[in-house]
Design a protein around this ligand. Structure first.
Ligand code: DON
Length: 309
């Protein structure tokens, strides 16, 4: 096997020196203050070995990457009934698109665009107080990462709550079609807060290990989901995880991956590794510019694309 430590260091060095860093997200004021010069990468192999480079231990706002974990929780609660309220097709539209929702009568295309993730969060909230649901999501992340220090960045959550007019519009619109069961404020409150969970690349790669290994953490032996469910979540990450940039990500990187506007990406090399990368500058579709480039370098060097070496 190629020398993963050397490859990760080489990528971290290249990314540190690149000047094309993309633009940090500005629509969430607190994220606009993040220094775009940071870069982190963590790769955790099946045997538990970790190769980490750059700012791999610096916590960042995981944003939409949290949607992978809320989807996992919601599938555990509702099983396939979830798919009556959310679809499974790529959107081909920006993550916060409103027009598509009108054309499709309030049923979001997939669980990773904002409307779909809000509908998934609503399912988790049902029958609970928002605080309990949020606690459950946070504890799930801590359990998966094996780290109880993981916390929500309250300033980011408050910043998004103050300015989340579009998400409020999406949620109200879905409510008019009966896709949202709970008060819109409750569901959005939980959604904004789970998006504001702060994690490092190392913690995030730990949390994603079950997806790389048939639903099970190979180090602890704990089963999180069935192998079939892990495969299906990976399929959704591949087809929908980067919104209208999903095709390009599959073409260049060749792995299931989920991005967030904080600049993080969780990627899964089935049977090989769980990978988290972070570079705050985004491309036009709202996905990490250098994060994608780093993953492209990594999968090429390791021969990890799911489409062939
Ligand atoms: O709802 C939002 O707009 C953000 N909390 C999450 C969006 C996001 O991360 C899109 N990903 N690239």
């Amino acid at each position: 096997m190629p020398d993963i430590d050397a490859i990760v260091q080489e990528i971290a060095t290249e990314m540190r020196h690149r000047t094309d860093r993309g633009e940090v997200a500005r629509y969430i004021p607190e994220l606009a203050r993040v220094d775009p010069h940071q870069f982190g990468l963590a790769v955790i192999l099946e045997d538990g070995r970790v190769a980490a480079g750059g700012d791999a231990d610096q916590p960042f706002s995981i944003q939409s990457i949290s949607k992978v974990f809320t989807l996992t929780l919601a599938l555990g609660m509702a099983g396939d009934d979830l798919w009556t309220r959310v679809g499974r097709e790529p959107s081909g539209n920006p993550f916060n698109s409103i027009v598509q929702l009108e054309r499709e009568r309030g049923r979001p295309r997939n669980p990773f665009i904002n409307a779909g993730a809000i509908a998934v969060t609503d399912l988790i909230v049902s029958g609970h107080q928002p605080r309990e649901s949020l606690g459950e999501i946070l504890r799930f992340m801590q359990f998966l990462a094996g780290d109880t220090s993981i916390a929500i960045d309250k300033a980011v959550a408050a910043s998004e709550r103050r300015t989340g007019f579009r998400n409020t519009a999406l949620a109200n619109y879905m409510k008019s079609f009966g896709i949202i069961d709970n008060p819109v404020d409750f569901t959005l409150g939980v959604y904004f807060h789970h998006c504001a969970i702060a994690m490092s690349c190392r913690q995030l790669a730990m949390a994603g290990r079950f997806l790389a290994h048939s639903g099970r953490n190979p180090s602890t032996g704990y089963s999180v989901v069935s192998a079939e469910r892990a495969r299906r979540i990976n399929a959704l990450m591949l087809t929908c995880g980067h919104y209208d940039g999903s095709g390009d990500f599959a073409y260049r990187v060749g792995l299931p991956g989920k991005s967030g506007v904080g600049g993080g990406i969780l990627a899964v090399a089935p049977g090989h590794a769980s990978i988290a990368v972070w570079a705050p500058g985004l491309d036009g579709a709202g996905n990490s510019h250098l994060g994608r480039l780093a993953l492209e370098r990594l999968t090429k060097a390791m021969g990890w694309s799911i489409f062939g070496v």
